[in-house]
Design a protein around this ligand. Structure first.
Ligand code: K1U
Ligand code: ZN
Length: 173
């Protein structure tokens, strides 16, 4: 397995509509394993394929405290959204240091293909539901700050720019 570099916003791959996975083969299984390892190392609770430069419809998620419940969703589709919404802080490994409030459905139903190529369906609530919605947004070229007002979006971009400039200075010290 390998730790993959995480693509940083505003890399164009993060704005792409990703392509469906046509066949679940060993290449896909290896990429899923590498994405899992990359997510745990980061650390994060989810990672979408475009975040490692692969514009395909696959995400990995683990919201368990023990970090022993890796979920791989291939070609996922949200088939039901609960009417109830909640607003919570989100972050993203492609926009490190930025945390902003986003409103999403509290519960969803998702259909997907698993690593054996079998169709599956899950009902998700709480952090898992939020994380799935965040990761599936990535597959359609949406990052969480796209849900903010123009003013908050611009402030988040400015904060990111400032943080990167500081990191550059720290590196040269
Ligand atoms: O998409 C990503 O970059 C992963 C992102 C997922 C996410 C976080 C919060 C709400 C919705 C979706 C992250 O994992 S950000 C990092 C993070 O949440 C975390 C970091 C350290 C420990 C535990 C979680
Ligand atoms: Zn993200």
């Amino acid at each position: 397995m390998a730790i993959l570099p995480i693509v940083q916003f505003p890399n164009p791959v993060l704005a792409m509509k990703c392509q469906p996975v046509s066949e679940v083969n060993d290449t896909i299984r290896r990429l899923a394993a590498d994405m899992g390892e990359t997510m745990y190392k980061a650390p994060g609770v989810g990672l979408a394929a475009p975040q490692v430069g692969e514009p395909i419809r696959m995400v990995v998620i683990d919201v368990s405290e023990e970090k022993n419940n890796l979920l791989t969703l291939i070609n996922p589709v949200i088939t039901e959204y609960d009417d109830e919404k909640e607003t919570g802080e989100e972050g993203c490994l492609s926009l490190p240091g930025i945390w902003e409030k986003v409103t999403r459905s509290t519960a969803i139903t998702v259909q997907y293909t698993d690593l054996d190529g079998q169709p599956q369906e899950i009902h998700a609530e709480g952090l898992l539901a939020i994380c799935i919605q965040h990761e599936l947004d990535h597959l359609d070229g949406t990052v969480f700050i796209d849900h903010l007002s123009r003013l908050k979006y611009d402030r988040a971009c400015a904060k990111l720019k400032k943080r990167r400039q500081q990191e550059k200075r720290d590196k040269n010290d």
